[in-house]
Design a protein. Structure first.
Length: 304
């Protein structure tokens, strides 16, 4: 590895640590000074590195993450506005509602009441993210079609999973996911970790429901069966044990969105609430080798 690549790898490793720190401390002090210390950079240097890697300033990234996470809480949890506002670092309802409306173009209350079936990226609320809110009849048709889709195409179980250790490469945006998988597979192959039993996992740190596709952060991962050491762009993470809804599918790539949406609908209609952990996918085949180019995949939603 040449010096330039080594430096870039070190920077990505530090930013991975920053992503994890922000995820775990959205209610806390996420000032430039505090986070630059996590990254072991001076504030000035960290500001430049973070924007170069993410194409966002730290302040914009933190504000967006807080608002988008709060929007997901509005959709999937029963907390009141005050609880949600304080959970994500806002001093009061007024400041939270003002920031939320500026970002999503509607108030938190309207968002919670009117968001299309409180689930999907098929019909986004505003022009910032996607399309307009459908009328009531269209809404009902969407719901009924999703119910039929899940009934016909998914095997759904409630499972207590064991802890999983993964190695990963961060992908910022769907446009970079294939490249991230190329990097993690090369790393694993060079170390003899790739074989017919190796499981590939995509972990979603953002939701397409509220985050633009080019900004969704994902971890392109492989499941580890033994301890390893990593450096540079390759990170290590733990998927904690716990209760999950597991939807098993055999689907085309164009059907992933519909499958996720239907599974979240099933979750809501069956009285489950999402935990503060990331959903993920585990793949069981190479879709290119399937006679119909279909993926055999399990979708995991962490729930109470």
């Amino acid at each position: 590895m040449n010096k330039s690549n080594k430096i870039q790898g070190d920077y990505h490793q530090r930013i991975n640590n920053v992503f994890a720190f922000i995820d775990e401390n959205l209610e806390g002090d996420l000032s430039l000074k505090n986070i630059s210390e996590v990254a072991f950079f001076s504030p000035f240097h960290f500001h430049r590195v973070f924007k170069f890697i993410t194409n966002e300033t730290l302040n914009d990234y933190v504000k967006r993450r807080r608002l988008e996470k709060s929007a997901l809480d509005l959709l999937h949890k029963n907390g009141n506005l005050s609880e949600i506002a304080h959970r994500y670092g806002f001093s009061d309802n007024s400041s939270y509602s003002k920031a939320f409306k500026k970002y999503f173009e509607v108030s938190p209350t309207v968002f919670k009441e009117k968001y299309p079936h409180r689930l999907s990226k098929i019909h986004k609320w505003n022009s910032k993210i996607g399309q307009a809110y459908p009328d009531y009849d269209q809404y009902i048709r969407i719901i009924e079609n999703l119910k039929k889709w899940i009934k016909m195409n998914a095997k759904i179980d409630i499972v207590e999973t064991q802890k999983m250790e993964v190695a990963y490469v961060t992908s910022l945006g769907v446009q970079n996911l294939e490249s991230a998988y190329g990097k993690i597979m090369k790393w694993a192959g060079d170390r003899g970790l790739m074989n017919q039993h190796t499981k590939m996992i995509t972990i979603y740190h953002d939701s397409f429901k509220v985050t633009a596709p080019e900004k969704v952060r994902m971890s392109a991962s492989i499941l580890l069966n033994e301890p390893v050491t990593t450096n540079g762009e390759i990170g290590l993470a733990t998927i904690e044990a716990g209760k999950h809804i597991v939807g098993s599918f055999e689907i085309g790539l164009h059907e992933f969105e519909k499958s996720w949406t239907g599974l979240f609908l099933w979750m809501n209609e069956n009285g489950y609430q999402k935990r503060d952990s990331e959903p993920f996918e585990i793949y069981h085949n190479n879709f290119n080798e399937h006679p119909e180019k279909k993926a055999v995949v399990d979708f995991y939603i962490p729930v109470f």
